[in-house]
Design a protein around this ligand. Structure first.
Ligand code: ADP
Length: 364
């Protein structure tokens, strides 16, 4: 069905599947709806299907099944150059024999735009990425970061409806990459453009995006705002993939309202929020973020004795590795103000956390 409110469903994937060999589905039943102006990132491990989705949206790959819509209209059979989509890739793909001005004018020339209008648009796009004075240089005379800015300007020069970026910062060093993340984010905020961005780098996704679609095995595992993904992962894959995570495995022994009581491998029990665990008698994996555990105190619904294995001083906090309920790799971040001096490697301490900070999820 065609969506008439295209501001909400500006880009839509509707039951989209993709197989390259007619057998294996590398994209399995993808449903996604994004509003105009959103910055959405597809994040996931290598091979999870992100680039395939982006290529289907761009028109360089065709969907095996399902419908892709842009602005309410189906685009499955529209060729790439007629979709009005700008693209930026990791390898800038600037023409080396052309100047910056010529590189930017090229997509406008292809669209049959006259010289005066072309020049005005090129100047405007270069100013947008603060590269106005470099118009007469060739790509080889620019740094990696500058070339990537030109690639960005070239994707924006024809006022595309949508901009797609596939690991555009992957070739840059860490410092420049972080700087460019903020630049792209601010450009998005300033221009109100709609962006679909692909990366395998979670900090990049969390920094830049309004929402992140976490991919694994050809499916979206969770689609949510960055803070929700970290604070409220819906399954074990997302809990494990985003940020640091402590795992405790056990069996659900009772469920009351939204709380599950879980019997752990060492025989003790843990109270947790029943998020995506099964019924009584099934296995579950509990996820607890390191900063939600208090060391040296009691008082939460879950309190137990832990063995201190390792203490690492990191300035603002102490990273403690503990043995908790038999998990020898249980990490807790103790703020430097919290009086950690009682902690001694090889000795025992009390640890505690609230039931709502422990999430009972599906087993992996
Ligand atoms: P990601 O971008 O998450 O790394 P891709 O979409 O590139 O994932 O790949 C998903 C799966 O599809 C992988 O198993 C990959 O090997 C396969 N694949 C990607 N492109 C092609 C292609 N052109 N032909 C055949 N298989 C492909």
């Amino acid at each position: 069905m065609v969506n008439t409110n295209t501001d909400d469903g500006f880009v839509e994937f509707d039951r989209v599947q993709k197989s390259y060999d007619g057998e294996i589905l590398v994209v399995k039943d993808l449903n996604l709806s994004m509003p105009k102006g959103e910055f959405l990132t597809m994040l996931g491990p290598s091979g999870s299907g992100k680039t395939t989705c982006l290529m289907m949206l761009a028109g360089f790959e065709t969907a095996t099944h399902g419908e892709i819509r842009l602005g309410g209209a189906e685009i499955n059979n529209i060729p790439p150059h007629k979709r009005g989509i700008g693209m930026v890739f990791q390898n800038y793909a600037l023409f080396p024999h052309m100047t910056v001005n010529e590189n930017l004018a090229f997509p406008l020339e292809v669209r049959g735009m006259g010289k005066a209008e072309r020049e005005a648009k090129v100047k405007h796009a270069l100013d947008m990425v603060q590269m106005g004075v470099f118009g007469n240089r060739r790509p080889a005379q620019l740094s990696g970061g500058q070339q990537q800015r030109i690639a960005l300007a070239r994707a924006l020069v024809f006022d595309p409806k949508l901009v797609l970026m596939d690991e555009p910062l992957g070739a840059l060093d860490k410092q420049l990459r972080e700087h460019m993340q903020y630049e792209i984010k601010h450009l998005h905020e300033r221009l109100g453009i709609t962006v679909v961005y692909v990366t395998h780098d979670q900090s990049e996704a969390l920094t830049m995006s309004d929402r992140v679609a976490v991919f694994d095995d050809g499916r979206i595992q969770q689609l949510a705002a960055p803070a929700d993904l970290y604070e409220r992962p819906e399954n074990s894959f997302v809990a494990q993939f985003i940020g640091e995570n402590n795992k405790l495995s056990g069996i659900v022994v009772s469920r009351t309202g939204d709380t599950a009581t879980v019997k752990l491998a060492n025989g003790e029990t843990c109270q947790a929020l029943a998020v995506s665990c099964g019924e009584v008698g099934t296995e579950t994996l509990i996820s607890i973020r390191p900063e939600r555990v208090t060391v040296g105190q009691t008082g939460g619904a879950n309190t137990t004795t832990a063995d201190v294995r390792e203490l690492i001083y990191l300035g603002d906090h102490i990273r403690c590795r503990l043995n908790v309920h038999g998990n020898d790799d249980f990490v807790v971040k103790v703020p430097n103000s919290a009086g950690h001096t009682h902690l001694v490697v090889g000795e025992k301490t009390q640890v505690t956390w609230h039931a709502q900070d422990a999430r009972a999820l599906n087993p992996l």
